[in-house]
Design a protein around this ligand. Sequence first.
Ligand SMILES: Cc1cc2nc3c(=O)[nH]c(=O)nc-3n(C[C@H](O)[C@H](O)[C@H](O)COP(=O)(O)OP(=O)(O)OC[C@H]3O[C@@H](n4cnc5c(N)ncnc54)[C@H](O)[C@@H]3O)c2cc1C
Length: 301
Amino acid sequence: MIPQISQAPGLVQRVLDFLAALKQSGFNGDTATSYADRLTMATDNSIYQLLPDAVVFPRSTADVALIARLADEERFKALTFSPRGGGTGTNGQALNTGIVVDMSRYMNRILDINVEQGWVRVEAGVIKDQLNQYLRPFGYFFAPELSTSNRATLGGMINTDASGQGSLVYGKTSDHVLGLRAVLLGGDMIDTRVMPTPLAETIAQEDTPEGRIYHTVLNRCREQRALILEKFPKLNRFLTGYDLRHVLSDDLQTFDLTRILTGAEGTLAFITEARLDITPLPKVRRLVNVKYDSFDSALRN
Ligand SMILES: Cc1cc2nc3c(=O)[nH]c(=O)nc-3n(C[C@H](O)[C@H](O)[C@H](O)COP(=O)(O)OP(=O)(O)OC[C@H]3O[C@@H](n4cnc5c(N)ncnc54)[C@H](O)[C@@H]3O)c2cc1C
């Protein structure tokens, strides 16, 4: 007799039905419900632990769209989903008692590069060091830095708007994202990029999921502009969350939906691809050692 792999504890029939329906719909990735698989996704770098019911590993944007389309069906509305990259997040954002969608196992291909125009296109599961290793022979690198660069994914970096060492010079992840491919609940796909505001207004009139999103975001950001400018802290790295401040440019001439997705912690869409700007490798590196007379004065500075 083949020993049964433990499904325990608490796996619900609806989850098994979802996974079966996913397979039937042509999903090419993997699904996992063993206790061991679920346990590996139950923690990240936070103090929390949440055991998911299942883990799915999509191979492509099409696979992610299948997940999102099925998730929107009435019979599966009670299920919850969290995208996950390297699982190095510090606030438990990738944890979920429902279904974890692991973007790192297969969606880790570097798709395209244009050195003349200074960009690279990647899947969301590409790891930051993997990308820089690829870019080095071209004389470029992806500039936003973070301590977990050997395992954090671009999808995770984009969704936490990561930054670290060197950020005074190079800024944060959102400063280097030119466009995103995102899958919405329901399975619709959108491609974001900076555009003249009149074009965004035209899209906002379309009776499509994308049009309705443009309509809401454009109107909300305009109507609440004064409040947003007053309340959002004027710091270089001011938040993880919905960056309503930068959706419209300061002169209001351009609109970029990308800015609302960067930092959204996976709450708005599954990011499947990103077009990122690349920076020439510095010829010289310098370390500046600033000495303070007290801890307090260092903090104040
Ligand atoms: C030792 C240590 C040092 C760290 N140092 C830094 C640092 O210097 N700077 C810094 O900014 N952070 C730092 N972090 C935090 C963490 O590494 C970053 O938040 C990183 O960007 C997370 O990437 P990840 O791939 O591990 O994402 P995960 O932890 O897997 O996910 C993070 C969030 O992104 C969402 N997400 C992931 N992929 C997608 C996707 N494809 N689509 C939609 N949503 C997605 C998840 O749902 C979750 O909300 C550190 C963490 C540790 C453990």
